[in-house]
Design a protein around this ligand. Structure first.
Ligand SMILES: Cc1cc2nc3c(=O)[nH]c(=O)nc-3n(C[C@H](O)[C@H](O)[C@H](O)COP(=O)(O)O)c2cc1C
Length: 245
């Protein structure tokens, strides 16, 4: 079996370097026309996809838009907002619909010669029960009733047991990947703006987005333009948002 690196052996970013990177990211709404190279985009997507995901099922996908004609149409879909006038837009999709395929791919892509039996069992059996909601969500309904009963006696995971739960399930992991993506571009000297200000219906039609995929956000990316940051940074005091127990 391959020896897994111990955490202390791994390269660690210094707290100051991480802080500087996070602090330097702002929502930028004016970009220069300078294109972002495919090599940088690939590197950033790789880092995005190193985000943790529920059961490592990686329920995300990304559409990389660089074609000027498509970008111009996207700008309209984003209701003409300034941030959407960028040399690169990445559509970040949550994929509640890919878990079953991902279960098989975990076995297929397992990075060791032998797939451990516990992994085969989890992705071959447990996960199929855990994430399957059945036609019209009927299996999910059955699971919700079961969970109610069993939950009277012992703690257990109560979700995802509906298609709505599955959407939330996929969005959680995808949002983490989106944050990685923004920070990765930032580390390359590019700025970004996450956007949920878009017409979802028109976006779906324009990009042929799979029916069950969810556009979580569009990420505008480019070199920061003049007056690219509109407002000073504002965050609420920590003690209003944190409870220590
Ligand atoms: C999910 C999400 C959606 C957003 N949508 C938009 C948007 O459509 N247009 C925009 O200009 N900014 C958008 N923003 C950027 C926020 O307004 C911005 O992050 C916030 O004001 C804090 O500023 P900062 O990122 O510079 O710290 C969005 C941010 C997030 C996380």
């Amino acid at each position: 079996m391959t020896q897994l690196p111990h955490q202390s052996d791994q390269a660690m970013a210094s707290p100051a370097a991480l802080r500087a990177l996070i602090e330097s990211r702002r929502a930028v709404r004016r970009f220069t026309a300078e294109p972002v190279s495919d090599a940088v985009i690939r590197d950033c997507l790789e880092l995005a996809m190193l985000a943790p995901s529920s059961c490592n099922l990686q329920p995300w996908s990304f559409q990389v838009i660089r074609e000027p004609a498509l970008l111009a149409r996207l700008h309209r879909v984003c209701m003409g907002q300034n941030a959407a006038r960028a040399p690169l837009i990445i559509v970040v999709l949550a994929r509640p619909d890919t878990w079953s395929q991902a279960c098989s791919r975990i076995i297929e892509y397992w990075p060791e010669a032998e797939v451990p039996p516990r992994i085969r069992h989890f992705y071959g059996k447990t996960a199929l029960l855990q994430y399957n909601q059945g036609p019209l969500g009927l299996f999910g309904l059955l699971k919700r009733q079961l969970v109610r009963l069993v939950g009277l006696r012992r703690p257990l995971m109560r979700r995802p047991n509906s298609h709505a739960d599955m959407r939330l399930w996929a969005v959680k992991s995808t949002a983490l990947a989106a944050q990685n993506l923004m920070l990765a571009f930032q580390s390359h000297g590019y700025s970004s703006c996450p956007m949920e200000g878009f017409d979802e219906k028109r976006l779906r039609r324009m990009l042929d987005i799979p029916r069950r995929a969810l556009p979580v956000m569009l990420l505008a990316v480019g070199r920061q333009g003049e007056k690219g940051v509109y407002n000073p940074r504002l965050r609420f005091p920590q003690d209003q948002h944190v409870t220590w127990l």
